[in-house]
Ligand binder design. Structure first.
Ligand SMILES: Cc1cc2nc3c(=O)[nH]c(=O)nc-3n(C[C@H](O)[C@H](O)[C@H](O)COP(=O)(O)OP(=O)(O)OC[C@H]3O[C@@H](n4cnc5c(N)ncnc54)[C@H](O)[C@@H]3O)c2cc1C
Length: 308
């Protein structure tokens, strides 16, 4: 049993990294757990141009590295371990990971979200063979190819624009007759000659042989079925919260996002939730970082009041 730390922070995305910086500067000894790569979802995007203080815009990996470097500067211990469960043990919380068990006074869960699947035939089968959820990772494989992006929000439209750097044609398939992305991004898409928007349409199936070859489409207004020849499909239709660790400790909305108060407190004392995992109106780096900072500040005060 490891008893070296005051507070566990689970997930090294923008929320977890910010929480770690604030906790360490607040005099706590934090341990930050990450199961994949520090940065979380920002490592999936090529360009972040709306984080204040970086007017020239920044690649997601670079921003993640800068946040990690800042946490390292304050001696945050980072463990590349998958957290399996949180348990209550008297006043303490036990964090069971793939490598060890940690006994801490408080926990901040910042496990984020993962891409929502379309749940159509062929999607799983062609994942990694034409179907992707990450344009930054896979976009360069589609030089001079024809690709489709599915979705109509910020991520979908921004990633469609990014893909025009490689692909010769990008279809943007959206189930409604209006995009949800912010206006500046929409205007760029409308002005880009490589992007063609297919409105009111959903993908019913992905088909091909060894590799993806086509998407079978349904126009929701006319009921017409068509087939679109494509080399790749990028799916950006929202996110599913990684909420498993909190099922016994927090209330959630109908989609599984965690309900917290203004201090990022869940219904369980000493357990906080921050970032994209939470019920909120805007899931971005700036709001995730803010949640992380607030959670660490609240946890610090709570530990002060409840221990020693
Ligand atoms: C394609 C794309 C483009 C985007 N573009 C922008 C943009 O331009 N500007 C902007 O502000 N935002 C953008 N976003 C949104 C932004 O990336 C997220 O809002 C932000 O990353 C949320 O941070 P988070 O820390 O809450 O969660 P995440 O970034 O999801 O990080 C959660 C971390 O927790 C880890 N984790 C999960 N479960 C466990 C476990 N059990 N044990 C250990 N670790 C675990 C995950 O591996 C992950 O690293 C974009 C998102 C995507 C997908």
């Amino acid at each position: 049993m490891n008893k070296d730390f005051d507070i566990a922070i689970i997930g090294a995305g923008p929320a977890g990294l910010s929480a770690a910086i604030y906790a360490a500067r607040g005099g706590l000894k934090p341990v930050l757990f990450e199961k994949m790569i520090h940065g979380g979802q920002i490592t999936l995007t090529d360009e972040i141009e709306n984080y204040p203080g970086i007017p020239e815009s920044i690649n997601g990996f670079d921003l993640a590295d800068r946040m990690k470097k800042q946490a390292d500067k304050f001696d945050v211990a980072t463990k590349m371990e998958d957290v399996n469960s949180i348990k209550e043990d008297g006043k303490m919380k036990l964090i069971e990971t793939s490598a060890d068990t940690y006994s801490v006074k408080a926990v901040i869960v910042a496990t984020g979200a993962q891409p929502r699947k379309l749940d159509v035939p062929g999607e799983q089968n062609f994942t990694g063979r034409g179907v992707s959820y990450c344009a930054t990772c896979d976009g360069p494989l589609y030089r001079d190819a024809v690709v489709a992006v599915i979705g109509g929000g910020d991520s979908a439209v921004e990633e469609a624009l990014f893909l025009t750097k490689f692909a010769k044609k990008v279809y943007l398939i959206h189930r409604r007759d209006k995009l949800r992305a912010v206006k500046i991004v929409q205007d760029r898409a409308f002005a880009n000659e490589k992007i063609e928007i297919i409105w009111d349409t959903v993908v019913e199936e992905f088909a091909g042989d060894l590799m993806l070859k086509r998407a079978k489409l349904l126009n929701r207004k006319t009921g017409e079925h068509t087939e679109l020849e494509i080399d790749g499909a990028f799916i950006f239709v929202g996110f599913v919260p990684n909420n498993e660790l909190l099922t016994d400790f927090a209330d959630m909305d109908e989609r599984g996002f965690v309900k917290v108060n203004g201090k990022m407190e869940t219904r369980t004392a000493g357990i906080y939730s921050a970032g994209d995992l939470n019920e909120k109106v805007l899931r971005q780096v700036i709001t995730a970082a803010a949640d992380g900072a607030i959670a660490a500040f609240s946890a610090e005060k709570w530990i002060e009041e409840n221990f020693e």
